[in-house]
Design a protein. Structure first.
Length: 458
């Protein structure tokens, strides 16, 4: 399916939210949300390393970089409020457990109460967008668990994109929690960090971003049943794949608010970014590198460190449901882990508000870049020139004020060097020293766009 048809399919899905999911009243205890039925569709088309970024010093290139203004991004990031984040976590913890076997009928306890709380927040954002030329759409994707014991609900908010070829970004988190014993629907399972922190971040991103429309479609998804072999995200990712949605990135926010390890050590300077390998060819690893690249260029208040693994050893997350189907997908997680899975002491007192705010800002920077930055340069070519030099050329991007060439050494997890430039071609002998080259445009607002595909020097 070509990109135009894929975008139209995405728009049809968002229209389906409005036609099939006219927001249900979740205030009553005896009404379950309606099912998001797949629309008519065509047949589908057939451990851990890190290196610090540094700017390349390439005096022989002779380019004069344009110093960017990051005011637009800074103003956006400043809208993230730690008080709102903590209020969401407090409300989610208050329902005692979000286990998938807990009650769905109560308005004050169990996973049903959590679902109602999240949906109520989305409805506030929908109401705020009323009267604009677009609407923040709200709906559910319902599925039956593999053991057929219950129906679970993924909660979805979406902003339709303005450009035909800009694709769809999914930012998600799981809202279920688990206690001890792990199969108990009544055991205390506050899940403040795992994963009230991720849910709070997605809600705050949705609040901030729902005030505008973007080139790409943005979907905010809260998954159920991650703690049970990520059943919710597997079902949702399959539906997305069956409908041929052009997902250009999935960002999973899971456990992003705690700064201590089991021994009392603290680390609040970075988040780990996990992604599926292999390093040179994986679209998910490329997205992880892009996150690191953006954290460097936006001078974010938290570092995004690329890890050489899909997740921690013998662990998993909802991003894998998407990378398993070939979509670029990554996970943000604390630098350190203090609260173990199913820990009844995973409560709000152990959340560090400033760290959670900075983590959420980092996610917002990545989503905003993918959604609304200048589009990546196209028709890139690396041509041999005399004297052992190469000429890197690409088509101009309509709204670009300058460009950044990202350079990845062999074996590196990240773009360790980069060259800001205001031209659309560079002649240099040093390109052959790198295993991968990508280019991003930067607009007059200072917003950096998504990186292009990688060029591999021969």
């Amino acid at each position: 399916m070509d990109r135009t048809a894929s975008h139209r399919k995405t728009a049809l899905i968002l229209t389906g939210f409005m036609l099939l999911l006219i927001s249900c009243n979740l205030g009553t205890s005896d009404n379950a949300p309606p099912t998001l039925a797949p629309l008519a569709r065509p047949s589908p088309q057939a451990t851990l390393g890190y290196a610090d970024s540094r700017s390349a010093v390439l005096p022989e290139v002779g380019a004069t970089p344009i110093p960017p203004s990051d005011d637009a991004m800074r103003q956006l990031l400043d809208q993230i409020e730690s008080d709102r984040l903590m209020a969401h976590i407090r409300s989610l913890q208050a329902v005692r457990t979000r286990h998938i076997s807990s009650t769905q009928a109560s308005t004050s306890e169990g996973i049903g109460a959590a679902r109602r709380y999240i949906n109520d927040q989305f409805e506030i954002f929908r109401a705020a967008s009323a009267g604009k030329f677009y609407t923040f759409e709200v709906g559910f994707y319902a599925y039956t668990t593999p053991d057929e014991r219950s129906t679970q609900y993924n909660i979805v908010g979406a902003i339709s994109g303005t450009e035909l070829d800009a694709g769809t970004i999914i930012v998600g988190a799981h809202y279920d929690s688990i206690g001890t014993p792990r199969d108990s629907g009544t055991a205390y399972a506050p899940g403040a960090n795992d994963n009230g922190s991720g849910v709070a971040a997605v809600l705050e991103l949705a609040r901030v971003m729902s005030a505008s429309q973007y080139k790409a479609t943005v979907m905010f998804v809260l998954f159920s049943a991650e703690e049970v072999q990520r059943q919710g995200s597997i079902a949702f990712a399959k539906w997305i794949a069956d409908d041929n949605v052009d997902v250009i990135g999935m960002i999973n926010l899971d456990t992003i608010g705690n700064i201590h390890d089991f021994y009392g050590n603290r680390e609040d300077r970075y988040l780990r970014v996990f992604s599926e390998g292999p390093n040179d060819t994986s679209v998910s690893r490329r997205l992880a590198r892009e996150a690191n690249f953006l954290s460097h260029n936006y001078n974010l208040a938290i570092d995004l460190r690329v890890m050489d693994a899909v997740d921690r050893e013998n662990r998993y997350g909802d991003h894998q449901s998407f990378s398993d189907l070939g979509y670029p997908a990554i996970r943000f997680i604390n630098a350190f882990e203090e609260k173990r899975n199913a820990d009844p002491t995973d409560t709000i007192e152990f959340i560090e508000p400033d760290y959670l705010r900075r983590s959420t800002q980092a996610a917002l920077a990545l989503v905003a870049t993918l959604a609304d930055g200048p589009r990546p340069p196209a028709n890139i070519a690396l041509r041999q020139r005399d004297g052992g030099k190469n000429e890197l050329v690409w088509e101009p991007v309509a709204d670009a004020a300058s460009y950044i060439i990202a350079l990845r050494p062999a074996g590196s997890l990240i773009y360790a060097d980069q060259l800001p430039i205001n031209e659309t071609k560079v002649i240099w002998a040093g390109f052959s020293d790198y295993a991968g080259i990508a280019i991003a445009a930067r607009d007059a607002r200072g917003l950096v766009g998504p990186l292009s595909h990688e060029i591999v020097p021969r």
